[in-house]
Design a protein around this ligand. Structure first.
Ligand code: ZN
Length: 174
């Protein structure tokens, strides 16, 4: 079952998510709902807070560019061990529709975390997948990619964000 995505400027997006401690059936169910939600929205990754759960879990499609995506990667309590290189490319967020901005991030990351069963894992990613992991970890800390935009660009961005704020208020009235 796909779940509604929490949209900017919903204040839940500013919450700091808590560590995952219970690796039970409920967590597996949430992971599978997050995967479905991410795929329905054509995203590469999704953090739990984007479906309203303030826990440090994310899903990511390592084979995002293939039709047969297989199982999504589920990563709980991720911690960055190492980052290398820099790359600036356009980035978006399923919680901030239609906004895309050039953001500088590390090109390579090494990250440790736990899978949905609680088993410790270490992963290395580069390019878009490294960017995705860092983007989702930011979500777990209540941070959004638009906060990384330079001050000059933020003036242009403000218009788009104001529009999203207006839409949010209208939707909230229903
Ligand atoms: Zn996002």
């Amino acid at each position: 079952m796909s779940r509604p995505i929490v949209l900017y400027p919903d204040p839940r997006l500013l919450l700091k998510s808590k560590p995952v401690t219970q690796f039970n059936d409920e967590l597996k169910q949430l992971a599978s709902e997050m995967t479905e939600t991410m795929r329905d929205a054509n995203g590469v990754g999704l953090a739990a807070i984007q479906v309203g759960e303030a826990i440090r879990m994310m899903v990511m499609d390592e084979r995002y560019d293939l039709e047969d995506k297989g199982e999504s990667l589920v990563l709980c309590n991720p911690v960055v061990l190492n980052e290398e290189g820099k790359e600036t490319i356009e980035e978006g967020c399923l919680s901030i529709p239609d906004v895309r901005e050039e953001i500088e991030r590390s090109f390579k990351v090494k990250v440790k975390g736990q899978d949905v069963q609680g088993r410790e894992k270490v992963y290395e990613f580069e390019g878009l997948l490294a960017r995705c992991i860092l983007h989702e970890i930011d979500h777990m800390n209540g941070q959004l990619f638009i906060q990384k935009v330079s001050a000059v660009k933020r003036i242009f961005l403000k218009k788009q964000l104001d529009e999203l704020k207006r839409n949010f208020k209208q939707a909230a009235r229903l």
